[in-house]
Ligand binder design. Sequence first.
Ligand code: SF4
Length: 77
Amino acid sequence: MEGKIKVSIARDECISCANCWETCPDFFEENPDDGFSQVVKKYRANDNPGEGEAPVELGDCVKEAASECPVEIIHVG
Ligand code: SF4
């Protein structure tokens, strides 16, 4: 998958602080049912809200969001 960046969110450990979807709203959003972070549908992988593939142009914001997660549950690459 050249040109894509794998991203995962350990959703069961999310504390819904909102940092990721405020930092990178093109890729992360709040799940309306459980309030935890998820990958927006467009970039989701395997029908799993905690898995996705970011296009290169969103790489910087996805990485910034990961670095702003207080519980460090967003893994990039
Ligand atoms: S930054 Fe981390 S803890 Fe905060 S909403 Fe996103 S995934 Fe959850």
